[in-house]
Design a protein around this ligand. Structure first.
Ligand SMILES: Cc1cc2nc3c(=O)[nH]c(=O)nc-3n(C[C@H](O)[C@H](O)[C@H](O)COP(=O)(O)OP(=O)(O)OC[C@H]3O[C@@H](n4cnc5c(N)ncnc54)[C@H](O)[C@@H]3O)c2cc1C
Length: 398
Protein backbone atom coordinates (compact mmCIF):
# COMPACT_ATOMS: atom_id res chain seq x y z
CA UNK A 1 0.00 0.00 0.00
CA UNK A 2 1.42 3.41 -0.90
CA UNK A 3 1.61 5.97 1.88
CA UNK A 4 -0.19 9.25 1.50
CA UNK A 5 2.39 12.01 1.64
CA UNK A 6 1.60 15.10 3.73
CA UNK A 7 0.88 18.44 2.14
CA UNK A 8 3.91 20.55 3.05
CA UNK A 9 4.04 24.37 2.93
CA UNK A 10 7.53 25.82 3.05
CA UNK A 11 7.51 29.47 4.12
CA UNK A 12 10.61 31.17 2.66
CA UNK A 13 12.27 30.34 -0.63
CA UNK A 14 15.88 31.10 0.32
CA UNK A 15 18.64 28.50 0.32
CA UNK A 16 17.05 26.46 3.11
CA UNK A 17 13.53 26.48 1.62
CA UNK A 18 14.78 25.51 -1.84
CA UNK A 19 17.03 22.70 -0.55
CA UNK A 20 14.22 21.35 1.63
CA UNK A 21 11.87 21.36 -1.35
CA UNK A 22 14.38 19.61 -3.62
CA UNK A 23 15.06 16.92 -1.02
CA UNK A 24 11.31 16.41 -0.46
CA UNK A 25 10.72 16.09 -4.21
CA UNK A 26 13.42 13.46 -4.42
CA UNK A 27 11.52 11.55 -1.67
CA UNK A 28 8.21 11.73 -3.55
CA UNK A 29 6.57 14.75 -1.90
CA UNK A 30 5.91 17.95 -3.83
CA UNK A 31 5.65 20.86 -1.39
CA UNK A 32 4.63 24.46 -2.10
CA UNK A 33 7.05 27.28 -1.35
CA UNK A 34 5.68 30.65 -0.26
CA UNK A 35 8.27 33.40 -0.80
CA UNK A 36 7.79 37.01 0.31
CA UNK A 37 9.86 38.61 -2.47
CA UNK A 38 7.88 39.49 -5.57
CA UNK A 39 10.45 37.86 -7.87
CA UNK A 40 13.78 36.05 -7.76
CA UNK A 41 16.61 38.31 -8.81
CA UNK A 42 20.30 37.43 -9.03
CA UNK A 43 21.10 39.66 -6.06
CA UNK A 44 23.34 39.15 -3.07
CA UNK A 45 27.04 38.56 -2.84
CA UNK A 46 29.12 35.44 -2.59
CA UNK A 47 29.04 32.41 -0.38
CA UNK A 48 31.75 30.03 0.60
CA UNK A 49 30.31 26.52 0.57
CA UNK A 50 32.43 24.39 2.87
CA UNK A 51 32.91 20.62 2.66
CA UNK A 52 29.84 19.78 4.75
CA UNK A 53 27.55 21.83 2.47
CA UNK A 54 29.05 20.15 -0.60
CA UNK A 55 28.54 16.68 0.88
CA UNK A 56 24.82 17.43 1.19
CA UNK A 57 24.64 18.92 -2.32
CA UNK A 58 26.41 15.80 -3.57
CA UNK A 59 23.76 13.69 -1.87
CA UNK A 60 21.16 15.72 -3.77
CA UNK A 61 23.00 15.06 -7.05
CA UNK A 62 23.80 18.71 -7.86
CA UNK A 63 27.37 19.16 -6.65
CA UNK A 64 28.86 18.99 -10.18
CA UNK A 65 26.67 21.89 -11.30
CA UNK A 66 27.75 23.87 -8.23
CA UNK A 67 31.43 23.16 -8.91
CA UNK A 68 31.08 24.08 -12.61
CA UNK A 69 29.51 27.44 -11.85
CA UNK A 70 31.54 28.27 -8.72
CA UNK A 71 35.27 28.28 -8.07
CA UNK A 72 36.71 25.27 -6.21
CA UNK A 73 39.40 26.72 -3.96
CA UNK A 74 42.87 25.22 -3.66
CA UNK A 75 43.63 26.79 -0.31
CA UNK A 76 42.59 29.40 2.18
CA UNK A 77 44.85 31.71 4.20
CA UNK A 78 44.50 33.85 7.30
CA UNK A 79 46.78 36.90 7.19
CA UNK A 80 47.64 39.77 9.51
CA UNK A 81 46.94 43.32 8.26
CA UNK A 82 50.67 43.56 7.54
CA UNK A 83 50.42 40.56 5.21
CA UNK A 84 52.01 37.87 7.41
CA UNK A 85 50.47 34.42 6.83
CA UNK A 86 49.08 33.29 10.21
CA UNK A 87 47.58 30.03 8.93
CA UNK A 88 47.24 28.32 5.60
CA UNK A 89 44.69 25.58 4.99
CA UNK A 90 45.49 23.27 2.09
CA UNK A 91 42.03 22.09 1.03
CA UNK A 92 43.43 19.51 -1.40
CA UNK A 93 45.42 17.70 1.21
CA UNK A 94 42.73 17.36 3.84
CA UNK A 95 39.14 18.02 2.72
CA UNK A 96 39.43 16.87 -0.90
CA UNK A 97 41.64 13.91 -0.06
CA UNK A 98 39.55 12.59 2.82
CA UNK A 99 36.01 13.73 1.97
CA UNK A 100 36.06 14.28 -1.80
CA UNK A 101 35.18 17.98 -1.58
CA UNK A 102 37.14 21.11 -0.64
CA UNK A 103 35.42 24.54 -0.53
CA UNK A 104 33.57 26.18 -3.43
CA UNK A 105 33.05 29.95 -3.69
CA UNK A 106 29.84 30.76 -5.56
CA UNK A 107 27.60 33.75 -6.19
CA UNK A 108 24.43 33.43 -4.10
CA UNK A 109 22.32 34.18 -7.19
CA UNK A 110 24.00 31.32 -9.10
CA UNK A 111 23.31 28.83 -6.29
CA UNK A 112 19.70 30.01 -6.14
CA UNK A 113 19.34 29.65 -9.94
CA UNK A 114 20.64 26.06 -9.88
CA UNK A 115 18.27 25.09 -7.07
CA UNK A 116 15.28 26.69 -8.83
CA UNK A 117 16.20 24.97 -12.08
CA UNK A 118 16.33 21.56 -10.38
CA UNK A 119 12.89 22.00 -8.78
CA UNK A 120 9.44 21.07 -10.09
CA UNK A 121 7.87 22.57 -6.97
CA UNK A 122 5.74 25.71 -7.35
CA UNK A 123 7.22 28.81 -5.79
CA UNK A 124 4.53 31.34 -5.00
CA UNK A 125 6.32 34.68 -4.93
CA UNK A 126 4.86 37.80 -3.33
CA UNK A 127 3.49 35.57 -0.54
CA UNK A 128 4.58 37.19 2.72
CA UNK A 129 3.58 35.14 5.74
CA UNK A 130 2.19 37.25 8.56
CA UNK A 131 1.61 34.51 11.11
CA UNK A 132 0.93 30.81 11.60
CA UNK A 133 -1.96 29.96 13.88
CA UNK A 134 -3.19 26.72 15.46
CA UNK A 135 0.04 24.70 15.35
CA UNK A 136 -1.71 21.32 15.36
CA UNK A 137 -3.86 22.04 12.33
CA UNK A 138 -1.85 24.97 11.05
CA UNK A 139 -3.10 27.94 9.09
CA UNK A 140 -0.54 30.11 7.31
CA UNK A 141 -1.85 33.66 7.06
CA UNK A 142 -0.43 35.97 4.42
CA UNK A 143 -0.08 39.74 4.39
CA UNK A 144 -2.66 40.05 1.56
CA UNK A 145 -5.33 38.43 3.75
CA UNK A 146 -5.27 34.99 2.10
CA UNK A 147 -4.39 31.79 3.96
CA UNK A 148 -3.55 28.12 3.38
CA UNK A 149 -4.06 25.05 5.59
CA UNK A 150 -1.36 22.45 4.85
CA UNK A 151 -0.59 19.33 6.92
CA UNK A 152 2.93 20.53 7.78
CA UNK A 153 4.53 24.00 7.84
CA UNK A 154 8.30 24.43 7.48
CA UNK A 155 9.47 27.87 8.64
CA UNK A 156 12.48 28.61 6.41
CA UNK A 157 11.85 32.34 6.44
CA UNK A 158 15.23 33.53 7.66
CA UNK A 159 16.53 35.30 10.73
CA UNK A 160 13.45 37.55 11.13
CA UNK A 161 11.12 34.57 10.79
CA UNK A 162 7.38 35.16 11.14
CA UNK A 163 6.74 31.41 11.54
CA UNK A 164 9.08 31.21 14.57
CA UNK A 165 6.51 32.95 16.78
CA UNK A 166 4.23 29.91 16.50
CA UNK A 167 7.01 27.66 17.83
CA UNK A 168 8.81 29.93 20.32
CA UNK A 169 7.05 33.29 20.86
CA UNK A 170 8.79 36.64 21.28
CA UNK A 171 12.35 35.67 20.48
CA UNK A 172 14.64 38.69 20.59
CA UNK A 173 17.61 38.66 18.25
CA UNK A 174 21.02 39.30 19.80
CA UNK A 175 23.03 42.02 18.08
CA UNK A 176 26.79 42.25 17.83
CA UNK A 177 27.84 45.89 17.68
CA UNK A 178 29.36 45.33 14.24
CA UNK A 179 28.14 45.42 10.68
CA UNK A 180 29.18 43.36 7.67
CA UNK A 181 29.84 44.87 4.24
CA UNK A 182 29.60 42.66 1.16
CA UNK A 183 30.16 43.18 -2.55
CA UNK A 184 31.05 41.39 -5.74
CA UNK A 185 33.86 43.19 -7.57
CA UNK A 186 34.88 42.97 -11.20
CA UNK A 187 38.65 43.08 -10.97
CA UNK A 188 41.60 41.57 -12.79
CA UNK A 189 42.83 39.07 -10.20
CA UNK A 190 46.52 38.13 -10.10
CA UNK A 191 47.06 34.40 -10.74
CA UNK A 192 47.82 33.59 -7.08
CA UNK A 193 44.37 34.80 -5.98
CA UNK A 194 42.31 32.93 -8.57
CA UNK A 195 41.79 29.81 -6.43
CA UNK A 196 42.52 31.15 -2.96
CA UNK A 197 40.23 32.24 -0.12
CA UNK A 198 41.62 34.94 2.15
CA UNK A 199 40.80 36.30 5.62
CA UNK A 200 42.63 39.20 7.24
CA UNK A 201 42.27 39.61 10.98
CA UNK A 202 42.78 43.27 11.84
CA UNK A 203 42.11 45.61 14.75
CA UNK A 204 38.32 45.79 15.25
CA UNK A 205 37.85 44.69 11.64
CA UNK A 206 37.87 41.45 9.78
CA UNK A 207 37.93 41.24 6.01
CA UNK A 208 38.52 38.81 3.18
CA UNK A 209 36.81 37.01 0.37
CA UNK A 210 37.20 34.55 -2.44
CA UNK A 211 37.30 34.51 -6.25
CA UNK A 212 34.02 33.88 -8.11
CA UNK A 213 35.73 33.81 -11.52
CA UNK A 214 38.92 35.03 -13.21
CA UNK A 215 37.80 38.62 -12.85
CA UNK A 216 35.16 38.45 -10.13
CA UNK A 217 35.84 38.55 -6.40
CA UNK A 218 33.46 38.24 -3.47
CA UNK A 219 34.59 40.69 -0.80
CA UNK A 220 33.38 41.02 2.79
CA UNK A 221 34.48 43.15 5.70
CA UNK A 222 33.22 43.88 9.18
CA UNK A 223 33.55 47.03 11.23
CA UNK A 224 32.21 48.28 14.56
CA UNK A 225 28.79 49.91 14.38
CA UNK A 226 29.06 53.62 13.70
CA UNK A 227 28.83 55.67 16.92
CA UNK A 228 26.76 58.28 15.02
CA UNK A 229 22.98 58.39 15.09
CA UNK A 230 22.82 56.63 11.72
CA UNK A 231 21.10 53.23 11.73
CA UNK A 232 23.53 50.28 11.91
CA UNK A 233 22.77 49.18 8.38
CA UNK A 234 23.26 52.61 6.81
CA UNK A 235 25.61 52.32 3.80
CA UNK A 236 29.08 53.80 4.10
CA UNK A 237 30.88 55.44 1.16
CA UNK A 238 33.31 53.04 -0.44
CA UNK A 239 36.01 55.74 -0.16
CA UNK A 240 35.93 55.25 3.63
CA UNK A 241 36.27 51.48 3.24
CA UNK A 242 39.21 51.98 0.84
CA UNK A 243 40.88 54.16 3.40
CA UNK A 244 40.22 51.71 6.23
CA UNK A 245 41.72 48.75 4.36
CA UNK A 246 44.34 50.61 2.24
CA UNK A 247 47.35 49.03 3.94
CA UNK A 248 45.87 45.51 4.03
CA UNK A 249 47.40 42.78 1.85
CA UNK A 250 46.28 42.28 -1.76
CA UNK A 251 43.82 41.63 -3.26
CA UNK A 252 41.78 43.64 -0.70
CA UNK A 253 42.92 47.19 -1.74
CA UNK A 254 42.57 46.43 -5.49
CA UNK A 255 39.13 44.91 -4.95
CA UNK A 256 37.95 47.97 -3.01
CA UNK A 257 39.43 50.27 -5.64
CA UNK A 258 37.17 48.62 -8.26
CA UNK A 259 33.92 49.11 -6.30
CA UNK A 260 31.35 51.90 -6.48
CA UNK A 261 29.13 52.96 -3.57
CA UNK A 262 26.13 51.11 -5.05
CA UNK A 263 28.03 47.81 -5.19
CA UNK A 264 28.37 47.50 -1.42
CA UNK A 265 25.58 46.40 0.84
CA UNK A 266 25.60 46.34 4.58
CA UNK A 267 24.04 44.01 7.14
CA UNK A 268 23.79 44.56 10.89
CA UNK A 269 25.21 41.45 12.56
CA UNK A 270 22.62 39.59 14.62
CA UNK A 271 22.00 36.05 15.77
CA UNK A 272 19.08 33.97 17.01
CA UNK A 273 19.63 32.94 20.64
CA UNK A 274 19.59 29.19 21.33
CA UNK A 275 15.94 28.15 21.09
CA UNK A 276 14.45 25.61 23.50
CA UNK A 277 12.77 23.82 20.62
CA UNK A 278 12.54 23.91 16.85
CA UNK A 279 9.03 22.53 16.39
CA UNK A 280 5.56 22.60 17.85
CA UNK A 281 2.64 20.54 16.58
CA UNK A 282 2.87 20.46 12.78
CA UNK A 283 5.18 23.48 12.50
CA UNK A 284 8.94 23.12 12.28
CA UNK A 285 11.79 25.62 11.83
CA UNK A 286 14.89 25.29 9.66
CA UNK A 287 17.86 27.39 8.55
CA UNK A 288 18.35 30.90 9.91
CA UNK A 289 14.80 30.88 11.34
CA UNK A 290 15.99 28.19 13.79
CA UNK A 291 19.64 29.11 14.32
CA UNK A 292 20.63 32.30 12.45
CA UNK A 293 24.27 32.72 13.40
CA UNK A 294 27.07 35.26 13.05
CA UNK A 295 28.97 34.82 9.78
CA UNK A 296 32.46 34.26 11.24
CA UNK A 297 32.52 30.46 10.83
CA UNK A 298 31.11 30.73 7.26
CA UNK A 299 28.54 28.10 8.18
CA UNK A 300 25.06 29.70 8.17
CA UNK A 301 24.06 28.52 4.71
CA UNK A 302 25.85 25.21 5.19
CA UNK A 303 23.82 24.52 8.33
CA UNK A 304 20.63 25.56 6.51
CA UNK A 305 21.51 23.10 3.73
CA UNK A 306 22.11 20.28 6.24
CA UNK A 307 18.73 21.10 7.86
CA UNK A 308 16.91 20.92 4.52
CA UNK A 309 18.10 17.44 3.65
CA UNK A 310 17.57 15.97 7.11
CA UNK A 311 14.15 17.53 7.60
CA UNK A 312 12.94 16.28 4.21
CA UNK A 313 14.11 12.76 5.00
CA UNK A 314 12.55 12.83 8.45
CA UNK A 315 9.19 14.06 7.14
CA UNK A 316 9.05 11.47 4.39
CA UNK A 317 10.23 8.56 6.58
CA UNK A 318 7.21 8.40 8.87
CA UNK A 319 3.51 9.28 9.10
CA UNK A 320 4.05 10.46 12.66
CA UNK A 321 5.12 14.08 12.40
CA UNK A 322 6.24 14.34 16.03
CA UNK A 323 8.59 11.37 15.46
CA UNK A 324 9.81 13.05 12.28
CA UNK A 325 10.52 16.40 13.95
CA UNK A 326 12.09 14.70 16.96
CA UNK A 327 14.53 12.75 14.77
CA UNK A 328 15.39 15.91 12.82
CA UNK A 329 15.89 18.03 15.92
CA UNK A 330 17.88 15.37 17.78
CA UNK A 331 20.43 15.31 14.98
CA UNK A 332 20.47 18.89 13.86
CA UNK A 333 19.98 21.08 16.91
CA UNK A 334 23.10 20.10 18.92
CA UNK A 335 25.30 20.42 15.84
CA UNK A 336 23.88 23.78 14.74
CA UNK A 337 24.02 25.15 18.30
CA UNK A 338 27.65 24.04 18.64
CA UNK A 339 28.64 25.66 15.34
CA UNK A 340 26.81 28.82 16.34
CA UNK A 341 28.94 28.94 19.52
CA UNK A 342 32.09 28.58 17.41
CA UNK A 343 30.88 31.48 15.30
CA UNK A 344 30.37 33.60 18.42
CA UNK A 345 33.89 32.82 19.61
CA UNK A 346 35.37 33.65 16.21
CA UNK A 347 33.28 36.83 16.19
CA UNK A 348 34.68 37.89 19.55
CA UNK A 349 38.21 37.18 18.34
CA UNK A 350 37.58 38.87 14.98
CA UNK A 351 36.27 42.07 16.54
CA UNK A 352 38.98 42.72 19.17
CA UNK A 353 39.47 46.48 19.03
CA UNK A 354 42.67 47.12 20.99
CA UNK A 355 45.94 47.04 19.10
CA UNK A 356 47.63 44.95 21.81
CA UNK A 357 44.71 42.50 21.95
CA UNK A 358 44.59 42.05 18.17
CA UNK A 359 48.38 41.65 17.97
CA UNK A 360 48.38 39.03 20.73
CA UNK A 361 45.51 37.15 19.08
CA UNK A 362 47.35 37.06 15.76
CA UNK A 363 50.52 35.87 17.44
CA UNK A 364 48.63 33.07 19.21
CA UNK A 365 46.72 32.00 16.07
CA UNK A 366 50.06 31.62 14.31
CA UNK A 367 51.33 29.47 17.18
CA UNK A 368 48.36 27.07 17.36
CA UNK A 369 49.66 23.77 15.97
CA UNK A 370 48.25 22.90 12.52
CA UNK A 371 47.16 19.54 13.87
CA UNK A 372 44.52 21.22 16.08
CA UNK A 373 43.02 23.10 13.13
CA UNK A 374 43.09 19.87 11.10
CA UNK A 375 41.20 18.05 13.83
CA UNK A 376 38.50 20.76 13.86
CA UNK A 377 38.21 20.68 10.05
CA UNK A 378 37.90 16.88 10.05
CA UNK A 379 35.22 16.99 12.77
CA UNK A 380 33.24 19.62 10.87
CA UNK A 381 33.19 17.52 7.70
CA UNK A 382 32.76 14.09 9.26
CA UNK A 383 29.87 15.34 11.42
CA UNK A 384 27.79 16.38 8.38
CA UNK A 385 24.15 15.46 8.91
CA UNK A 386 23.57 12.94 6.13
CA UNK A 387 20.47 10.74 6.41
CA UNK A 388 22.30 7.43 6.11
CA UNK A 389 24.50 8.18 9.11
CA UNK A 390 22.35 10.58 11.10
CA UNK A 391 18.77 9.41 11.30
CA UNK A 392 18.10 7.19 14.25
CA UNK A 393 21.40 8.16 15.91
CA UNK A 394 20.85 9.78 19.27
CA UNK A 395 24.26 11.34 19.60
CA UNK A 396 26.25 12.70 16.73
CA UNK A 397 29.19 14.97 17.30
CA UNK A 398 30.61 17.30 14.71
C1 LIG B 1 27.98 38.78 5.97
C2 LIG B 1 27.50 37.36 5.84
C3 LIG B 1 28.29 36.44 5.18
C4 LIG B 1 27.88 35.08 5.10
N1 LIG B 1 28.70 34.18 4.49
C5 LIG B 1 28.37 32.88 4.49
C6 LIG B 1 29.24 31.89 3.90
O1 LIG B 1 30.29 32.22 3.34
N2 LIG B 1 28.88 30.57 3.97
C7 LIG B 1 27.71 30.19 4.57
O2 LIG B 1 27.45 28.97 4.64
N3 LIG B 1 26.85 31.10 5.11
C8 LIG B 1 27.15 32.42 5.09
N4 LIG B 1 26.29 33.34 5.61
C9 LIG B 1 25.01 32.91 6.21
C10 LIG B 1 23.94 32.66 5.16
O3 LIG B 1 23.80 33.77 4.33
C11 LIG B 1 22.60 32.35 5.84
O4 LIG B 1 22.80 31.52 6.94
C12 LIG B 1 21.66 31.64 4.86
O5 LIG B 1 21.34 32.50 3.80
C13 LIG B 1 20.39 31.16 5.57
O6 LIG B 1 19.50 30.65 4.62
P1 LIG B 1 17.92 30.62 4.93
O7 LIG B 1 17.29 30.09 3.69
O8 LIG B 1 17.68 29.98 6.23
O9 LIG B 1 17.54 32.16 5.13
P2 LIG B 1 17.53 33.33 4.06
O10 LIG B 1 18.66 33.20 3.10
O11 LIG B 1 17.43 34.60 4.84
O12 LIG B 1 16.18 33.10 3.25
C14 LIG B 1 14.92 33.34 3.84
C15 LIG B 1 13.91 33.53 2.70
O13 LIG B 1 12.62 33.70 3.29
C16 LIG B 1 11.99 34.83 2.73
N5 LIG B 1 11.10 35.38 3.76
C17 LIG B 1 11.44 36.13 4.84
N6 LIG B 1 10.36 36.42 5.57
C18 LIG B 1 9.31 35.85 4.94
C19 LIG B 1 7.91 35.78 5.22
N7 LIG B 1 7.40 36.41 6.30
N8 LIG B 1 7.10 35.10 4.37
C20 LIG B 1 7.62 34.47 3.27
N9 LIG B 1 8.93 34.50 2.96
C21 LIG B 1 9.77 35.17 3.79
C22 LIG B 1 13.11 35.76 2.33
O14 LIG B 1 12.72 36.67 1.31
C23 LIG B 1 14.17 34.76 1.86
O15 LIG B 1 14.04 34.44 0.49
C24 LIG B 1 26.66 34.70 5.68
C25 LIG B 1 25.83 35.65 6.31
C26 LIG B 1 26.25 36.98 6.39
C27 LIG B 1 25.35 37.99 7.10
Amino acid sequence: MTREMPEVAIVGGGICGLVTALALEQRGTTPTIYEAASEYRPVGAGLLLQTNALLVLDHLGIVDRIRDVGIPLGDSVIRSPGGRVLKRFDLDRLERDEFGHGFVAIHRGDLQAILLDELDTDVETGAKCRAVTDVNEPTVQFADGTCVRPDVVVGADGINSAVRDAVVPDVELRALDSVAYRAVATVDLPEEHRMRGIEVWGKGAYTGGAPLGEDRFYWFGTAPTSPTSLPADHPRPVSELREQFASYPEPIPSVLESLDDDDVFVTALEEVPTLDRWSRGAVCLAGDAAHGMLPFAGQGAAQAIEDGLLLAHSISATDDRSDAFEAYERERKPRADRIRSESQLLGRLGSIRSGIGAGTRNLLVGLVPDVLFQRARRQRASGTSLPETALGASDHSG
